[in-house]
Design a protein. Structure first.
Length: 568
């Protein structure tokens, strides 16, 4: 490792990589855009370089060369799975901390990855062997049957995916998935795959070196999700039959070997709750957001392992005698309002105190006073806990989430704290749709600023009309454990006030206008689709009405509270 490492990312993962470089005695170079100027990574890195966009591969490579970088670490998201970027890095004489560009390309093309998995003896769900358009989707959907999934052919992380229950939803799902994929990944091709209604999401961590050695470093369960994006992860995957675990490990090792893998990668599977059979989802050719739980149970620093493997070290030397010990659980802390369908919530973090303790870890990308920009995703960081068994790890994570203090923006912390108490979660009986189907969050008030009084007013809609209560304030000023308890006792919270014209819930970009002036719409109908923090949000009619006027068009930037549609 002869020189500095340029971190081609932002937020929590960029901070994580910088700290791993520091541990190895390597200097770090952090890039940042204008919205991230002064962010935590710019304060911890040795060198910072402004760029116009994190997606400008040429500018990133130029910055690495200008500042004498030895290697470029892509993190996850952004350019991490862009084969052109990986190739540009190596063409510039630098080391790409990840697999070869041709492997990134093969696994990044989800249709091609399915074919490679099938050729390696890995079970694959029924689906299309090529991207589809509206015409071919009709015939393929009839062959596969409903429900099915529309999935981005060049993407991941749950973006560009739509469940299609029947023929009437097919065209809209194709358009929405393609639009979201193009916005997130720069390519809008989609394919179809059979949808498993009740499934677990289990993935396998692999490591490989330049000398042909491939190892499996355990597995993880990532079943708790919203919008196909993970919320809670744990290692090892609990209540997994030994035969299934061995099958997944063997399949992952075969696939990594077949494609000539190098570095850290993850092979993801769905386990059908009804049949118990696994099926290949995708292979992520990068570090995963949930890598920390594997680190806690194995003692292997995966970022350091990536750097050592990229430097040409042998896998045996990197892993030593690593083995899985105990259990670890992670909660993703995102700036989102769970009660508003996990709506992203940019703003200033007015207070932040991480949990502490001998078995607790907090990987955060912000500190008190930092701003969460609306231009990027909503992840603030993760809170993890280890225990000798699953029950202890869950108890320790529960306590850690109780101790977490976040002010200024709502977060997912309190919702995930409540999920940990769910009997179905404890019994490992949940599936990837439990959040939407079985665990809808209670309506919560907005977080209070730091220094707020020790109690607050809670207004709830109930079957018996409005109810106003004063309740103690929880330490996490972005959470609402007490409000959730009260809501459960008095009945469901009311929805948005009826009768008002729809307005933008936050600063966002209009990606689709679904209605036109003069149109009659039913309650719950989608009027406008907005995008903010890399997430699409439909704005719906609160009651049956007539559209009198539409004030926005696709591509418009709107501010919070601005009128979208006039209705009567």
């Amino acid at each position: 490792m002869p020189g500095p490492v340029l971190v081609a990312n932002r937020g929590e993962v960029a901070v994580r990589i910088v700290r791993a470089c520091r541990e190895r005695g390597l200097r770090s170079i952090a890039i940042h855009t204008d919205p991230d100027a002064g962010s935590l990574v710019t304060r911890v890195a040795d060198v910072t370089v402004p760029v116009a966009s994190y997606l400008d591969a040429g500018a990133v490579v130029a910055a690495a060369r200008e500042h004498g970088a030895w290697a470029v670490h892509p993190g996850y998201g952004l350019l991490a799975e862009d084969a052109g970027f990986a190739r540009a890095v190596t063409d510039a004489g630098l080391v790409f901390v990840g697999p070869p560009a041709d492997v990134v390309a093969a696994m990044g093309d989800k249709v091609r990855a399915r074919a490679l998995a099938r050729a390696s003896g890995v079970p694959v769900l029924d689906g299309t062997d090529a991207p589809v358009d509206a015409a071919s989707a009709r015939a393929e959907a009839a062959r596969i049957g409903f429900p099915l999934l529309v999935k981005a052919a060049h993407g991941g992380g749950g973006r560009g995916m739509r469940v299609v229950a029947g023929v009437d939803e097919r065209e809209g799902a194709l358009a929405a998935a393609g639009r979201e994929a193009a916005a997130a990944f720069g390519r809008g091709e989609v394919f179809l795959e059979r949808h498993v209604a009740r499934a677990r999401h289990v993935e396998v961590q692999v490591l490989a070196d330049d000398h042909g050695a491939v190892a499996v470093l355990g597995d993880r369960d990532c079943t708790v999700q919203r919008r196909h994006q993970k919320l809670l992860e744990e290692a090892p995957a609990p209540d997994l039959p030994d035969a299934v675990r061995a099958q997944l490990h063997d399949a992952s090792r075969r696939l990594a070997t077949a494609v000539g893998y190098r570095g850290a990668g993850t092979v993801e599977f769905l386990l059908d709750r009804e049949t118990g059979r696994p099926a290949f989802l995708e292979m992520n050719t990068r570090l995963q957001v949930e890598h920390g739980v594997t680190e806690l149970v194995t003692g292997v620093d995966l970022v350091v392992a990536q750097l050592r493997l990229a430097a040409g070290e042998a896998l045996a030397a990197v892993l030593g005698d690593a083995t899985v010990r105990g259990h670890a659980v992670q909660a993703r802390i995102a700036a989102e309002d769970p009660a508003a369908d996990f709506r992203p919530a940019p703003g200033q973090v007015t207070a932040l105190t991480p949990p502490t303790g001998p078995w607790v870890r907090a990987d955060l990308g912000v500190e008190a006073g930092d701003t969460v920009p609306g231009a990027y995703d909503s992840l603030l960081g993760k809170v993890l806990a280890w225990g000798p068994d699953r029950a202890t790890a869950v108890a320790r994570l529960t306590g850690a989430l109780d101790d977490l203090v976040v002010g200024g923006v709502p977060t997912t912390a309190s919702y995930l704290r409540a999920v940990l108490d769910r009997p179905a979660f404890a019994a490992v009986e949940h599936d990837t749709f439990s959040v939407e189907r079985d665990w809808p969050p209670a309506r919560q008030p907005a977080p209070a600023p730091a220094g707020a009084p020790a109690s607050r007013t809670v207004r709830l809609g109930t079957d018996r009309g409005p109810l106003t209560l004063r309740v103690p304030r929880h330490r996490d000023t972005g959470s609402a454990r007490h409000e959730q308890t009260v809501a459960a006792a008095v009945g469901p919270a009311s929805g948005p006030a009826e009768g008002g014209d729809p307005v933008a819930p936050m600063d966002a970009t209009v990606v689709e206008v679904v209605v036109a002036a003069g149109q009659e719409v039913a309650a719950g109908a989608v009027l406008v689709v907005l995008e903010a923090m890399k997430m699409e949000m439909p704005v719906r009619a609160t009651q049956a009405a007539r559209v009198d006027a539409v004030h926005v068009a696709p591509g418009d930037r709107v501010t919070a509270g601005s009128a979208l549609v006039v209705m009567s």
